[in-house]
Design a protein around this ligand. Structure first.
Ligand SMILES: [Zn+2]
Length: 292
């Protein structure tokens, strides 16, 4: 090889390898992590193909008690951002640690500006829940509308070049939420259901949206006391409760006991189904049909 040829091939090598180097970090920079599957579904409506969305809690996982594996934590550290729900125990327990280890990762709080349901402060053994904030903001169409707006803002900050694309997706998604909300109102209007009973109270925002009363069996995240169980049986009879709802990832025993006492049925639903839109409709139908 003569000298110019060597230089040329060296030059080509440098160009090729620098292209490769430029591509790898860019692909890696495209991951956003979220806590649960419905968030992924919603975020993808806005982000389209501009980001890859990684979910920490699997569908069979319990959204209150799940613990990420060391491998999941390390994987999550490669994300450009974490879009948090904001008040899920899982996030309160793990996210700070994650952020400390991966300070480059941006955290976007998708519950910003939301009117949160705040209960009494709940003491859970060694830790106190943050003012007892109801974390289930993804099971409400109106709350999801705000989350989608917060997501859009977060995406625009991460990727300003695609701001118009995200805005257009938000407009389209918001319109679909309006029609979903209308459908749910129609489903509920034709039923006489005003109260429903549920083991783990994940439908507080749903109940608020549609003026329903959610009666929870679980007490402060724990199994109900025998005295409260007795009270619940009376309430269920008084409010014509014909169905008790349980999340598929939770214990069904106390729901079955109450159902047996008042001759009601127990119906499962999945609060973290990835098919968010149809899940909201199916929850509305289940509640509509839950009275005697
Ligand atoms: Zn929950």
């Amino acid at each position: 090889m003569n000298k110019p040829l060597i230089l040329l091939s060296l030059f080509a090598f440098v160009i090729l390898s620098s292209c490769n180097n430029a591509q790898i970090p860019e692909n890696e920079a495209k991951i956003i992590t979220v806590s649960i599957l419905p968030q992924k579904t919603i975020l993808e409506e806005i982000a389209g193909d501009k980001f890859q969305v990684n979910v920490l809690i699997p569908e069979e996982g319990n959204h209150e008690t799940y613990e990420p594996t060391a491998r999941q934590m390390a994987e999550t550290g490669k994300s450009v951002a974490y879009f948090k729900l904001g008040h899920l125990d899982f996030e309160l327990n793990w996210l700070d640690k994650l952020v400390k280890n991966y300070p480059e990762m941006k955290v976007v709080n998708t519950s910003k500006r939301l009117e949160l349901i705040v209960g009494e402060e709940i003491v859970h053994g060694d830790h106190v829940h943050a003012g007892g904030v109801d974390p289930h903001i993804w099971l409400s169409v109106s709350a999801v509308k705000l989350q989608a707006e917060n997501m859009t803002k977060g995406l625009m900050e991460l990727d300003p070049e695609n701001a118009e694309f995200f805005e257009a997706n938000l407009t389209r998604f918001s319109a679909s939420l309006d029609s979903l909300d209308q459908q749910i109102r129609e489903i509920l209007a034709t039923s006489g259901t005003r109260s429903f009973m549920i083991y783990h109270p994940s439908l507080g925002y749903f109940a608020r949206d549609y003026n329903l009363e959610q009666i929870a069996i679980e007490q402060e995240g724990k199994e109900p006391s025998p005295a409260y169980m007795k009270q619940l049986i009376d309430i269920a009879a008084e409010k014509n409760i014909g169905t008790i709802f349980v999340s598929s990832q939770f214990n069904k025993q106390s729901a079955l006991t109450i159902a047996g006492q008042i001759n009601a049925k127990v119906e499962e639903f999945n609060p973290i189904s990835p098919d968010w839109h149809n899940n909201m409709l199916s929850i509305a139908r289940q509640i509509a049909g839950s009275s005697r």
